[in-house]
Design a protein around this ligand. Sequence first.
Ligand code: ADP
Ligand code: MG
Ligand code: ZN
Length: 480
Amino acid sequence: MEFIPVIGLEVHAQLNTRTKIFCGCSTKFGAPPNTHTCPICLGMPGTLPVLNKKVVDYTIKMALATNCTVQEKSVFARKNYFYPDIPKGYQISQYELPIALKGHLDIDVEGKSLRIGITRIHMEEDAGKLIHDPDHPVSRVDLNRAGMPLMEIVSEPDIPTPEAAGAYLRELRAILRYLNISDGNMEEGSFRCDANVSIMPVGSTVFGTRAEIKNLNSFKHVEKALHYEIARQKAVLRDGGHLVQETRLWNPDKGVTLSMRGKEDADDYRYFPDPDLVPLVIDTAWIDRMHQEMPELPAQRRFRYTERLGLTPEDARTLTASRELSDYFEATVARFDRPKMAANWIMGDLLGLLNARGLEVDQSPITPDHLAGLLELLETDVISGKIAKTLFETMAETGKSAKILVEEKGLIQVSDTSTLDPVVDAVIADHPDEVSRYRSGQKKLMGFFVGEVMKATRGKANPKIVNEQLTKKLESSPLN
Ligand code: ADP
Ligand code: MG
Ligand code: ZN
């Protein structure tokens, strides 16, 4: 029997607000343990949470960017569980009435567009972090992370392959970054993904039993873990076994998923509306305001790049993959109006350079302005293509503009007298009037002759040499 995979993803994105979701504690990363805490996020009895409005702003923007409907009324709920990382004994989340429902995201998989449904988006607080000391039989808890603002984005089980899962995650992350609401860093845990996967016989419409995979901390690992898990489930069914709904942990060293625990049902959490927080009401004016603040999103940019700037879909995809790269391209074409040429240099030379040096786009030693300046010199034939490539390297090393470097290094200048001689001779032969006026004392005409030679060599002649040659030839006897 042939099987096809069914994948649904739950993504937690940490929002980059200045303070936590229900108190005024800082969200800054890397502080000493338990220094970014207060009675509220420590779960002291008698304290009351106050919702951070920025968290709502950000979530509304994400909802709009993923075509979800923002709900007029949503409710915070307590998800009860007992564990030392959650001092209150419950996590404040949203359950029956989340802030946004029913959206979708179009992704591109191997050149084909695929629409992935988004079930819901909700807001919640993060839990603390347990630190298990390898040298002592103790575990410690750091509550700096408790109460950090999270947004959970749940997809429909619409994702057909591990690669499509990767594409979906990359698009989500790109949107978060374009919106500037989360840094989307998977390695550092500000973008976390649980992958649900099941398989069913080809032609079936009944979903199989799903496993939820945790501990996925890079896009590559998500894809690898899904491939492994799909193969594992197929093997179990083909051997006549049966699957149980469970949570499995990805082990990146061994490249396998291992059963962690049977999956809890929602009932186990005893969800109920949090009596400490009033229902959240969002009016259309609020949504409109967020709408106004939306930047151009990756999909819109891709469309503009292909339709208006004449780039290929692949180029548009590469350039918009990160906001930083796309902004770099934008800044370059703002000064140099040949998008295709700019795109080629950015995707080829610039990315190559950054890769070789292990730099991010926003650390580029060559500014968009300087790249535009270089392309301008190349486009107007001031420098050759070959010189442009070397100049590019020199610009990266020195941080100087192409124009300055050309002047400093005389890269375009022709100083070779045997090349300049015929040009100088031609200028003299073409201007007999000026020659006789010069020779009868109008020495100021030297500037005119130099100018003519410069014109004839498109600015490449070395003016000092030209001056010397002109002087020599003009001062010599007219009969020569
Ligand atoms: P839970 O908290 O129990 O994991 P959620 O509703 O938060 O439930 O998430 C369920 C996720 O699992 C969704 O992304 C959904 O698309 C996905 N999913 C549900 N059923 C299946 C299935 N049979 N196979 C694969 N994914 C599934
Ligand atoms: Mg889940
Ligand atoms: Zn606090």
